[in-house]
Design a protein around this ligand. Sequence first.
Ligand code: ADP
Length: 540
Amino acid sequence: MILDPLSLFQASLEGNDYGTAILCIDSKTKHYEILLQNSIFTKLEKEFDTLYFLKNKIQTNNFGTEIIYKVDGKILETSFGHFNYTEGNPGKHYTKFFVRDITIKQKQEEEIAWRLRFELGVASSIQILIQKPSIRESLPQALYQLLYFTEMDSIFFLKHIGTAATETFEIWVNERKTTEFPILSSKFQNLNWNKEGISRWLHKLKNGKLIYLQKEKALPKEKWYFEESKVETILWIPVHFEKQFLGIMGFQKHTPNFVIHHDNLLIFQTISRWMGLFVQRDKDLTELNRYKSSLESLILERTLDLSRTKEELERAYKAKTDFLAHVSHELRTPLNSIIGFSKLIQLPEEDLTGKEYLNYIYSGGTRLLKMINEILHLMRIESGQIELKLSEFKPEDICRQTLELIQPQADAKRMEIRFYPPIQSKTMTSDSGKIQQILLNLLSNAIKYAVHTFVEFHCEWNDSNLLFKVKDFGPGIPEEDQTRIFHSFTRLNDDGKIEGTGLGLSISQGLAEKLGGTIELSSKFGEGSTFTLILPENRK
Ligand code: ADP
């Protein structure tokens, strides 16, 4: 069997998944006839006025693609495709006409575009929220951005601030696309939801449910809201963070017949979850700042307290110093008389007891006078009344003078002082009198407290510092007492056998500091001690 070309065409047309017809058009008259058509075409042909459509297209020679939006919502796409048909009539030309139902495809594309737009809006508003530290500043901008990308007309955010009993809200955002739509009434800040007939809404929201409601579906007692706000559809979403109700985010549509697809409702809910996070972050930050500022004021208060206490202590210290100085001074005069007169009293040779008592008076008085003098000296150092007499001298000369003065004390205890002068002989500028006083005290202590045959006395240069070392091989000082002994009136193992006031080292340290130096102690209990007076080459 030989098939004619048209039958072959017909067979191939049926293989197409869209409506196809083969048209034969008279080139002169522009009349056309449909030579062949497949069954899809036959079905779609009924959907619109094909005859009129084709006639119009051919007359105007308009063979471009055209999309027909039908009143029932259907969308049809039409197009033409010319081809050469050599077996055909020479005065005619042939063309293919396609028509297909693209309603679903178009809807899907629209949906994708909408979704993309929406997601872009969500992304950009979240970006704004992330970038700005204060949500109060960024939220209006972020939500307006979101509104711009959605099909909604107005948006608000009600921040829940009151307890469950009072239901107070603060309006944080109240935005709309154009001024023809009213914004949320300020009465929502303190609304009696029950009295207004919309307590059902609040109840649902607080329980984590959203309200998606059209005006016609609202209860009669709820209608007032739609009328007053000129709203047709509301989508109110609760904002929660870890089950805590933080507020309401409201999207509203002011024009009728608007439907939100279920999937899109989910996106709106995701946004509200984000909001929860940001509002909570803001809450935490505010709380943190509140703690910070209360902590700061607490610190300020404590600092004030401390400075007041310090002032009081300083005043008390000064009063003590003044008192001691005064009393010491008052004591010195009669004491001098007692000592002087005890020397002058002549007792008969045989009155040994009387002489012994007189001796007690004399030595006791001298000790007391020494102590008073030391107290006065310490007072003067502490109150900064000490004047320095600077001069240039060789340190070894001062050492030798000191040795001469201390020699009788060493002799009395049958102790030898081994002196090691500096290798390099150069001068220093300082107060030689004060240095001598310190050295006398350190050497006298070494002789007093160290039971040994000798003490070492070193004088050496260490760069631009001079070190005077008094080294003994006596009992040593326990580590825990090494700082304490520099405090006034501190004496270790004071059993009254060794004379002393506990003031020598504190006076010496005070003087050393006055000279720009210090006294360091290194000692091992049971092995001996080394007191080192370190002084700068030049006291400025
Ligand atoms: P004082 O010698 O008048 O008691 P110091 O202030 O000079 O006062 O000394 C304080 C205390 O330090 C002494 O009472 C003594 O216990 C201890 N001390 C000082 N030097 C030595 C030393 N070289 N060896 C052991 N103990 C010492």
